[in-house]
Ligand binder design. Structure first.
Ligand SMILES: C[S@@+](CC[C@H](N)C(=O)[O-])C[C@H]1O[C@@H](n2cnc3c(N)ncnc32)[C@H](O)[C@@H]1O
Length: 377
């Protein structure tokens, strides 16, 4: 990657990447397109990444740069086949940076340094960034990449993000780039009075991003910024608590469906609208989570999981409902009622939901979790 033609090829790929993000409508904030055009993502992926099959693509592979400059999350570290670090999907990073509103000079605490690329984008926009990660090798690589990119004023620290960064507080913003079960009280305590935290918070098998803040009345409230999926955090941030949705069913297929209710949408819902339905179903029923869709290969979707683990009903993107297991009919009826309620209530977007949070999890290390959902109408 040293010759003139390589430099030209990278510039061309990066230009097309920025145009793709611009067309997706996520680069409207002044300076954001310039930040994506300026920061070389390949510097933050210098050790390569893993494809869906786990195979590693390195910087000398012809597929490397086209993947680096695509709107894809790239997994940089696996443990026992499970992703434990990555560079998140660029359009999602852009959406979160926009929602974060990082004015120049804003003090931002990032939880989940990963490759350092998101911290680099924030710093390029003028934010003063401290980024924490729980894995020593990840911290070392992110720090080295930031130095290579000339951004060595970003502070990268090895720490469990649960405690935040008391020494560096107060922060104007906290941005969490890993999926958590709930919000650390330390983050809220370390914010300035007008500050807020952007947090991918577990809901129905996904991690929609919530903007969370203290209200003047002492309540903690959140609103949905965007549906999203993230890898799961280590430590107390992933505590289980009573009333949480079931864990996503990733490692085994559901039995063949025996009950089928027909599709209602032709064409099928797009990804975002499907997540709007999925989000609402999760508000209305605590059994909603994620499971592989029967007959859809590895693709997964919105599933109502039976408590006994022997059956479920899934709602597919075209609105069909498939029930399986000994109580297939009952699960399918319940899932059908959720689909029809979403339609009857005017198919609300996920971004319309608001929540009040309550403390849950380990009493020694509590987390704020969504407790009551309502819609901003
Ligand atoms: C999706 S990656 C972050 C992406 C990153 N912001 C970037 O731009 O590349 C998630 C990161 O969160 C880290 N992580 C997981 N649990 C954590 C915790 N409890 N505290 C701090 N970091 C954590 C992982 O080690 C991983 O590197």
């Amino acid at each position: 990657m040293t010759g003139r033609s390589d430099v030209g090829a990278v510039a061309d790929l990066r230009h097309r990447y920025v145009e793709q993000l611009r067309r997706a409508g996520v680069l409207d904030r002044p300076g954001l397109a310039e930040a994506f055009a300026h920061v070389p993502r390949e510097l933050f992926l210098a050790d390569g990444f893993h494809g869906r099959d786990g195979a590693r693509t390195t910087a000398t592979d012809p597929a490397f740069l086209p993947a680096v400059y695509s709107d894809e999350a790239l997994v940089t570290k696996l443990r026992d086949g499970t992703p434990v670090s990555s560079s998140s999907q660029p359009s999602l990073m852009a959406t979160m940076i926009d929602a974060l509103d990082p004015v120049p000079g804003a003090r931002v605490l990032e939880i989940g340094a990963g490759t350092g690329y998101n911290a680099a984008l924030l710093a390029t926009l003028g934010a003063v960034v401290t980024s924490l990660d729980v894995q020593p090798d990840v911290v070392a690589r992110a720090g080295a990449a930031l130095t290579r990119a000339g951004l060595d004023r970003v502070r990268v620290r090895l720490a469990d993000g649960y405690l935040g960064d008391p020494a560096g507080a107060p922060y104007d913003r906290v941005v969490v780039t890993v999926g958590v079960a709930g919000i650390s009280p330390h983050w809220l305590d370390q914010l300035t009075p007008d500050g807020f935290a952007l947090v991918p918070t577990a809901h129905a098998g996904n991690h929609p991003v919530l903007a969370v803040r203290w209200g003047r009345d002492g309540r903690v409230t959140g609103r949905v910024v965007t549906p999203a999926g993230f890898m799961t955090a280590a430590g107390p941030l992933s505590a289980r608590y009573p009333g949480a949705h079931p864990e996503p069913l990733r490692d085994r297929a559901l039995p063949e469906p025996t009950v089928r209710h027909p599709a209602v949408w032709q064409p099928a819902l797009g990804v975002h609208r499907y997540h709007d339905l999925w989000f609402a179903a999760g508000v209305w029923d605590r059994r909603i989570s994620y499971a592989p869709l029967p007959g859809a290969g590895a693709a997964g979707g919105c599933a109502l999981l039976g408590a006994a683990g022997d059956g479920a009903a899934v709602i597919t993107t075209d609105g069909a409902v498939l029930g399986c297991g000994p109580q297939a009919g009952r699960y399918a009826d319940d899932a059908l009622a959720l689909r029809d309620r979403w339609i009857a209530e005017g198919d609300p977007r996920a971004e319309r939901w608001r929540t009040e949070l309550t403390l849950a999890g380990d009493p020694e290390q509590p987390i704020w979790v969504p407790h009551r959902w309502y819609r901003a109408d």
